[in-house]
Structures are given as structure tokens and as C-alpha cells.
Design a protein around this ligand. Structure first.
Ligand code: 4AD
Ligand code: MG
Length: 462
């Protein structure tokens, strides 16, 4: 017999059918010679109820079927007389695949803290909460590919191991096969990376953008979607050392086209979640964040507010607040400033453009004022920056002089610079932090709870 998933059984599968279902026991209760098992197979947040006559299967087997154990059940799907479910299965045969000793299986009672569940990340998938989160994560990944594919963007695979630092922040994880105990040295005492695997210094990528630009300047519109790595020592609920980023890059887009795409893309993803992940969102709304669905719908209704960095500084200076970090033209905005603009001042997502060039990366297009660049950050309620992007500097001389000004080794970027020599064109792009988006969509408050196995300072378990 072919196995049927619980989701299908609960979605109008014909009553009276003989079915085979497989899954993990969520709860079990006994009453008047019958045992009621709530079985979940991950296909939906809902369980199917299995009803079994205890004498028919024997006390021994029934005892071994406990919370967490894995079983296969064949039986008849019937309309359920009980409350809470439309159909149930009258068990005819039960095969026990794996027991879960009630003395040691950690997920006995409901209501474990998220912190505790992080410590058992290998088992937390089996909770309703993490089932919902990771189904939503999947749906969002799928929606991202669908969005771009439907619009003629190509999925470009950029390298994980790189020899350049896209963001120039020096927050990279080194990749090497050199013997740490016995490093080869040059005459001047520095490490001899000629002897390393690639014959040069290499790191895990912080962003696929630079290579993405090479693709866009021929294929037209591309996007990347892959893991990126940052060795920044930020122990916050919004930072990971390994996170996934989506980076579209488009030829012939200026910064306004870039903002339009970012806004349309984010709204599409939120709409997709509301339309396709309803049950999981309703569960999270009920259990963690009663404003979740309302907030998602609210973002869809309103155009994002677009202001310049200079305007943002003015608003913040006049806010009459005592800021923890000073507000001064030239300083980067901190989470408290971003959240004030979004949550209190405008009460909607905000896109800030034209930042001072000193606080942004070398590749951004320089404005005529000589002080600012065509950067754009999209700020969301509760999380602050969800997207960072810009129009790119396509002028060879301006780009080269900025690279020199910042003391970046131009030899590492010879290939990037060549695209500005041969058929350069205006282009733009941005990076969406996948987990930041997921915090917003799931209503979780810690980024460690929206990625299966978080990597953060001092933590690489599993
Ligand atoms: O603003 P960032 O650093 O921009 C870039 O990397 C550009 N190369 C993107 C581009 O223009 N193609 O990072 C982009 C986004 C941020 O807005 C944030 O959402 C996310 O990536 N992000 C992080 N997410 C989790 N943990 C971290 N440590 C993150 N750092 C950035
Ligand atoms: Mg940024």
C-alpha cells in the first residue's frame, strides 16, 4: 500500500478508504479500552488521530508507542465522531519503527523554552513551533526562486571560497590548508601564502555581489541565493556568522528601479507566505506574536517610505530622544535609530538612500555632491535593516580612485575593474538577509530560531 501524507488525509481524502500513514507520535491517551494517538509526519502542523483497540494490539506494544516514537499505521479512514478533527484512522495494523523512551526523550511536555530547544536543535524540528518555522522557511526559498524565474532573472552560483573582501570590512573566515603548527614564512617573517592550497590568501565569501555583477553585465538580470559568512563578533538576536543571502543584480537599473524591485519583491514574499503558509502562521500568531498576521498585512497595504540619510538624521535629531548612540551626520545609524524611524515616526517600512560614502562599501556609485553614495537600506519593523543595496559605480576612473583611497589592493580586483573598461553600463543590486526576512515573517525574536543550525560566536554545535 502506498503511504499517504497527513496533509492529504486531512484535505478531503475520501472517508472509507484504507490507508497507510507513517509518522511520529505527538501524544497518546487511553480511554475505555481504546488508545488515541496523535500522529504527525511533518507535512502539516496538524496531526491525524489514530484510534486503536488495546486488546487487539496488546498492552506491550501500546506501552512502547509513546511520545516521539515512529510508527506505520494501516487502517480505515473514517469520519471522526470526536471534536477537533474531521477524520481519524481506525487502526488495523501498527508497526513500531523506533521507540522513544519516556524517561529520556526530552520533548515530553509542551512548553519548552526556545533557549532549551536551541540546545537540542537536532530534535526541535519535532515541535509544532519548529515544524511551522521550517515549513515557512522552505516556502520562502521556493517563492524567491519563483519570483525571479517568473521575471527572467537567472540563478547564478557565485563562489563560496574567494580571494576578495566584497564589503571591505575584514570580517572574513580564512580558508587554508597550511599547517597551523608550522607556518611557512617568507624572508621578512610574514606567512608565505604562495605555499597555501590556492597559492594565495582565501576566505569564505561575505557576499556574492562582485561576481554577481559580472553575470549581470552580460546576462542582464541575475540573482544569487546562497550561504555567506561573517566573522563579526556580534552576539545579537539579528546576527549570524553563517547566513543565507539573496542578491539580485540588474544591468540598466538605477537606484530607483532598484528600490522598486526591492519593495515589490518583499511584498511578493509576504503575500506568498500569507497565501501559502496560513496554518503555520496562525499557529505562530497564536503562540508567540499576536500581532504577526496583522503586521504582515499592514506592510502589504502601504508604500514604503523613501528618505535620504540626511533627512533621516534631521528627523532623529529633532526626535527629542536620548539616544544610546549619538546621531551625527557621518555616523552610521544604529538599530535604535532605525527602529524609531520605522516603528514610531513613519510606522511603515522605510528605505534610506544616499548615505555618506565613508560608511559604505567601495563599489557604490558616487553622487555629484562628493560626499554621498547611491546606497539604499530597507528597514523593517522589529528587525531594522533587512536589505542593503546600491547603484554600482560604473565609471572606471571613479571606481579605481575610490579603491586606492580606501587602500584596497587593486590587484585582487583586476577582473572586477575590467568590466568597467569593457562595455560598462549602469547597474544596481541588493542583498536580502534570508534569516532577517524570516524573523519578520515568522514573528520569532531571535535569528537563531529561523535557521536549522545557527553558527554564532562560540557556537558551532551540530
Ligand atoms: O548590507 P550587507 O552587508 O550588504 C551586502 O553584503 C551587499 N554586498 C549586498 C548587495 O548589494 N548585493 O548585507 C546584506 C543583508 C543585510 O541587509 C542583512 O539583512 C543581512 O544581509 N545580513 C546579515 N544577516 C544575518 N547575520 C549577519 N551577520 C548579517 N549581515 C548582513
Ligand atoms: Mg548593510
Amino acid at each position: 500500500m502506498k503511504r499517504v501524507k497527513v496533509k492529504e488525509l486531512l484535505n478531503g481524502y475520501p472517508a472509507g478508504s484504507d490507508v497507510l500513514v507513517k509518522g511520529w507520535v505527538r501524544t497518546k491517551r487511553e480511554s475505555k479500552g481504546l488508545v488515541f494517538i496523535a500522529l504527525n509526519d511533518g507535512s502539516t502542523i496538524k496531526n491525524i488521530q489514530i484510534v486503536a483497540e488495546i486488546p487487539r494490539f496488546g498492552e506491550e506494544l501500546i506501552k512502547d508507542i509513546s511520545t516521539g516514537s515512529a510508527v506505520a499505521v494501516t487502517g480505515r479512514l473514517v469520519e471522526s465522531p470526536g471534536k477537533g478533527q474531521s477524520v481519524e484512522i481506525q487502526a488495523e495494523n501498527i508497526e513500531l519503527y523506533g521507540k522513544a523512551d519516556p524517561e529520556t526523550y526530552p520533548l515530553q511536555k509542551k512548553g519548552h523554552s526556545l533557549e532549551f530547544l536551541r540546545e537540542i536543535a537536532h530534535l526541535r524540528f519535532r515541535t509544532n513551533t519548529f515544524g511551522a518555522i521550517f515549513r515557512i522557511r522552505h516556502a520562502m526559498a521556493f517563492a524567491i526562486h519563483k519570483y525571479f524565474n517568473d521575471r527572467g532573472f537567472y540563478y547564478l552560483h557565485t563562489p563560496i571560497i574567494t580571494g576578495s573582501d566584497c564589503e571591505g570590512a575584514g570580517e572574513m573566515f580564512r580558508v587554508t590548508t597550511l599547517d597551523m603548527e608550522n607556518l611557512p614564512r617568507k624572508e621578512n617573517g610574514s606567512v608565505d601564502f604562495d605555499r597555501d592550497f590556492f597559492g594565495k590568501e582565501t576566505n569564505l565569501t561575505v557576499s556574492g555581489q562582485l561576481e554577481g555583477e559580472l553575470g549581470a553585465l552580460s546576462l542582464g538580470e541575475i540573482y544569487t541565493f546562497g550561504p555567506t559568512f561573517r566573522a563579526e563578533n556580534s552576539n545579537t538576536p539579528r546576527h549570524l556568522a553563517e547566513f543565507w543571502m539573496i542578491e539580485p543584480e540588474m544591468a540598466f537599473y538605477d537606484i530607483n528601479d532598484n528600490m522598486d524591485l526591492a519593495e515589490d519583491f518583499l511584498k511578493y514574499l509576504i503575500r506568498y507566505a500569507l497565501d501559502n503558509c496560513r496554518e503555520d502562521l496562525e499557529f505562530l500568531n497564536k503562540m508567540f506574536d499576536s500581532g504577526l498576521i496583522e503586521r504582515l498585512e499592514f506592510v502589504l497595504k502601504n508604500p514604503f517610505q523613501r528618505i535620504t540619510y540626511t533627512e533621516a538624521i534631521e528627523i532623529l535629531s529633532k526626535a527629542g530622544r536620548k539616544w544610546e548612540f549619538p546621531v551625527d551626520w557621518g555616523r552610521d545609524l544604529q538599530a535604535e535609530h532605525e527602529r524609531y524611524l520605522v516603528e514610531e515616526h513613519f510606522e511603515r517600512p522605510v528605505i534610506i538612500t544616499d548615505y555618506p560614502k565613508e560608511i559604505k562599501a567601495f563599489y557604490m556609485k558616487q553622487n555629484d555632491d562628493g560626499r554621498t553614495v547611491k546606497a539604499m537600506d530597507v528597514l523593517f519593523p522589529r528587525i531594522g535593516e533587512v536589505i542593503g543595496g546600491s547603484q554600482r559605480e560604473e565609471d572606471y576612473n571613479k571606481l579605481l580612485s575610490r579603491i586606492k583611497e580606501l587602500g584596497i589592493n587593486e590587484k585582487d580586483l583586476w577582473w572586477y575593474l575590467e568590466t568597467r573598461k569593457f562595455g560598462t553600463a549602469p547597474h544596481s543590486g541588493f542583498g536580502l538577509g534570508f534569516e532577517r526576512l524570516l524573523i519578520f515573517i515568522t514573528g520569532m525574536s531571535n535569528i537563531r530560531d529561523v535557521i536549522p543550525f545557527p553558527r554564532t560566536p562560540k557556537n558551532a554545535e551540530f
